[in-house]
Design a protein around this ligand. Sequence first.
Ligand code: PXG
Length: 302
Amino acid sequence: MSGWTYVDGRFVPKEEASVSVYDHGFLYGDGVFEGIRVYGGRVFKLDEHVRRLYESAKSILLEIPIPPEEMKRLILEAVRRNGLQDAYVRPIVTRGRGDLGIDPRKCGRPTVVVIVDQIQLYPERAYREGLRMITATHRKSPSDSLNPRIKSLNYLNQILARLEANLAGADEALMLNHEGYVCECSADNVFVVRSGEVWTPPAHLGILRGVTRDAVLEIARDLGIPAFERTFTLHDVYTADEVFLTGTGAEIGPVVWVDGRVIGSGKPGPLTLRLLQAYRELTAREGTPVYEDSLAAPGGSG
Ligand code: PXG
């Protein structure tokens, strides 16, 4: 697919988009990013994603060289330039180009990249039949080491967990914190349904506070389904009526098998499917319009 990518102040053809090998995002994973969906020409939860991007950056003392409102305009323009109605947008901000030492003071200006691409959806089978998940032996990195609330370019912790899932022939890996409490999956948040209640681990346990997770908590409450943040263990997962994961890419993915335990009936649960339908209605209805917005910067990208 042809298209345009924003790199450091200008749009370039996708095939030509590149950053320096001296960029500390490449050398050390020193940077932050977001993953955002566009549905029917509307950017879903743009404010929430941009807020999290700036919070991640602030936490690692990375000053994004443009203000949040300009970042939003840039994201909308990037989608517009690619002429897509449905897309996946990946804003990335790195520490920038430095030398071979880790010291961020050697980096000049942070690198800003916005990639727009087509979204690779989970196969429809995943929603019809459900996903299989294993618990990774790799624990979530503790909040006082590398806080999982920061959506940084340092994804090795999650990748090591995903490799375990791949080796086991599973779709996703569940990750625990060092106390053994359920945290989240390698690249999705996790929920359990027990006796009509919906539980997901609290953010302070050491997880990424997913935008989809927050939207699902809100949808559940709107539907009159009791939904809480709660600390729980693998036992609560194995014996749950339903389990599902959430993420920008996955939306709401039913989980029917965890570490050899069949969850509920072994099919996607009724509450999960109800939430998925409500979530899809929300994504079809809400969002910042790409092609008719007042935020749009007239003309070029600067
Ligand atoms: N936890 C982690 C660790 C994540 O990376 C989520 C939860 C869900 O968050 P949102 O805000 O999307 O509801 C993510 C999502 C992938 C992929 O390939 C997923 C994510 C990032 C990059 C790639 O599935 N993040």
